[in-house]
Design a protein around this ligand. Structure first.
Ligand code: IVH
Length: 664
């Protein structure tokens, strides 16, 4: 018994120390706060009962402030409460009934809006200037993350026209597109957007935060009556007026029309949820009229005038048959689960992602265990928990690359392992697959299966070999399953890749961190492929979204001999595309200029930014001497003054729309 407890304490100390280290050094902690806290609590309790087993290196033995604190602690002016939860419509009916019992007014109305799966934040403004941003923490005390919010999260205004002291609250999140982009660019396996947003917000380096492109939704104002706001509807209008990002999808409905509220929820879950740009995990229902709030009251954890209806995730149990790893083109390791096939949301699932070893450890799983899997908003199913322990212990960390047997290295910045063998066949294959893929060189006839076969036969060892396949023509045609027709199709595909767009070619090189959007921006900068060697750090830095990490990766790539050889080889065989400067489809107005966008237009901010960037312009968040023009939409007053001060040209909403109309 005692040896088991000793062992347990040892494991907990090891885990928590590792998490503490990650928290301080890394970009994304591998576990949620909830998991961290529960493990720490378990350790503290065991140590209390068995003080003879307290280890010297136990995280509880460190003197000083709280274990995880690198930001200043701030006491919230008002508690940041949570919401009570409803799991079905009966729970909701009970909620409506309780609210009604307090005031017996049939005309009361409810605001219904999505529940964002992000991290809550509280923002303080004085004289119209954002002065402090604090995380929720335990609801009473949070962390001051102003440096990671102010002028970093673009949709949080730093200057507003409302000058009274103001405190607003909302949620920080990473959009689905951005999350996928980050995973792709960093070639990492982050568990989900929420975890990544949470890790990102606690970064010490605000450049990393900026690069990750976080977003916000504001949905609460502290002490509404001070601002003459008496209903949730007015609250939304206030947020809109002062340029906050607000939830525009909502319903306001009378108590007696409860069915409309239920319909809204059903419709949202079934038809809207998957198409939103952000993850939601339910629907929030709040009494619209605030004058009743005090009467209805609060528990110690949540107000009774609001409730969160949680969507039910489809969860199923199955057996974990095996755990295996795959290696990406940059060498990053991903852990995967092989499952006993099971039906989930209409498809048969036999594999699921386990991200990285930390995740396996956190779940405490091993082969033969019964696990719970889910497929929610995500396309790839994931293992969410251990449901029945049927094995001993936790699956052992895989220490060598299954393809080349070289030892895997723990990376410093991510929760990942890597294969760093330059000659690893799997990495070489993945590089070729990336090169030929859609969005890159788009060589039809050279998909993953064929690349693997050609590698095995020795026809392809590296990217250059794609253009030297002619010498294997006979062998290829004579191979079973290939033949003349296959060969013709393959050669057509390879030939058409000579006409590839410059941005596709840059992307095809597979430079770590460099996604297709950055590739487009670089293409617009260098104009011709052979100019890639002349790209300076300054000119890279002037591109929005490209930060120091990407620049380091770029420099690392461009100085390696094998990469220099590849680029020179491509140029020598005339794969040297140019950005066409004939601007039949271009909007010349945007080309080469830097813009700041403020206020709202008929198209979304993202769309407008995209149009500008596609047309060779840049968008930046702040007005400076470098800004060529301010695009001023509705309610975008805050930046106007600064533009005037810096003598920056102001283009009105109408003018922007005319430019877009005549050019599209
Ligand atoms: S209203 C008293 N509205 O969910 C708190 N909260 O589980 C009133 N959340 O702490 C919050 N979307 O962080 C509200 N549309 C929304 C929300 C929302 C997400 C978060 C918020 C809250 C948590 C409760």
């Amino acid at each position: 018994m005692n040896s088991k407890i000793k062992e347990k304490i040892k494991t907990l100390v090891k885990l928590i120390n590792k998490w503490n280290k990650e928290y301080f050094d890394n970009e994304s902690p591998s576990v949620s706060d909830r998991v961290y806290d529960s493990h720490l609590k378990e350790l503290t309790e065991l140590e209390k009962q068995y003080p003879q087993f307290i280890l010297k290196n136990s995280p509880t033995q460190k003197i000083g402030a709280s274990l995880k604190s690198k930001f200043k602690k701030v006491i919230h002016s008002k508690l940041m409460l949570s919401l009570n939860k409803a799991y079905d419509f009966n729970d909701l009916k009970k909620f409506f009934n309780d609210v009604y019992q307090v005031n017996l007014d049939k005309n009361i109305r409810f605001l219904v809006q999505p529940k964002i799966d992000g991290l809550s934040i509280s923002l303080k403004y004085e004289n119209g200037i954002l002065i402090q941003a604090v995380t929720r923490g335990d609801g009473q005390i949070g962390e001051d993350v102003t440096s990671n919010i102010k002028n970093v999260i673009e949709d949080i205004p730093t200057n507003i026209e409302y000058k009274n002291p103001l405190e607003v609250r909302g949620e920080i999140y990473i959009s689905k597109t951005n999350f996928n982009k980050i995973v792709k660019e960093e070639n990492a396996n982050y568990a989900n957007a929420r975890n990544l947003a949470s890790g990102t917000l606690r970064q010490l380096d605000s450049n990393i935060v900026k690069k990750r492109n976080l977003s916000s939704f504001i949905y609460e104002i502290v002490d509404c009556e001070k601002h003459k706001i008496y209903t949730q509807e007015e609250l939304i209008n206030f947020l809109k007026k002062y340029n906050f990002s607000f939830l525009s999808d909502y319903l306001i409905e009378k108590l007696e029309n409860q069915n409309k509220i239920f319909d809204f929820i059903l419709d949202f879950e079934k038809n809207k949820r998957d198409h939103l740009e952000y993850d939601i995990d339910g629907i929030v229902i709040k009494l619209n009229e605030m004058k009743y709030y005090e009467d209805i009251g609060y528990t110690s954890k949540f107000p009774k005038y609001a409730i969160a209806y949680k969507f039910d995730e489809e969860l199923v149990q199955t057996i974990l048959e095996d755990i295996f790893i795959t290696i990406g083109r940059t060498g990053i390791v991903t852990y995967n689960a092989k499952l006993t096939p099971i039906l989930l949301k209409g498809t048969i699932v036999s594999a699921a992602t386990l991200h990285n070893y930390n995740y396996v450890e956190e779940l405490g799983i091993n082969i033969n265990d019964e696990v719970t899997i889910k497929k929610a908003g995500e396309i790839i199913p994931k293992v969410v928990s251990l449901s029945k322990k049927k094995s001993e212990g936790v699956f052992n960390k895989i220490l060598t690359c299954p393809h080349c047997n070289s030892p895997l290295i723990d990376t410093k910045t991510l929760n990942n392992q890597m294969c760093i063998n330059n000659n690893c066949p799997e990495i070489n294959i993945k590089k070729i697959i990336h090169f030929t893929s859609k969005g890159a060189m788009n060589i039809e006839g050279l998909g993953e299966g064929i690349v693997r076969k050609f590698y095995e036969f020795g026809f392809l060892k590296k990217i250059e070999d794609i253009y030297k396949l002619e010498k294997y023509k006979k062998d290829i045609i004579s191979k079973k399953g290939f033949g003349e027709k296959f060969w013709k199709n393959l050669i057509d595909g390879i030939n058409s890749s000579y006409k590839v767009k410059l941005s596709n070619l840059i992307f095809a090189l597979g430079i770590p961190q460099l996604g297709s959007k950055n590739a487009k921006m670089i293409a617009n900068k260098i104009k011709k492929f052979d100019q890639i060697f002349n790209l300076t750090n300054e000119s890279l830095l002037s591109i929005k979204d490209i930060g120091e990490i990407t620049i380091d990766e770029f420099n690392e790539y461009i100085k390696k001999e094998e990469n220099i050889n590849l680029i020179n080889y491509l140029i020598s065989i005339n794969i040297n595309p140019e950005v066409k400067t004939d601007s039949t489809n271009k909007i010349p107005f945007f080309e080469g200029k830097t813009f700041v966008i403020s206020g709202t237009f008929n198209i979304s901010r993202n769309e407008l930014t995209n149009i500008i960037e596609i047309n060779g312009g840049n968008v930046s968040s702040n007005i400076s001497k470098k800004t060529d023009a301010l695009l001023l939409g509705d309610n975008g007053g805050s930046k106007k003054e600064k533009a005037e001060k810096f003598n920056v040209k102001i283009v009105t909403k109408k003018e922007v729309e005319t430019i877009l109309k005549i050019s599209l």
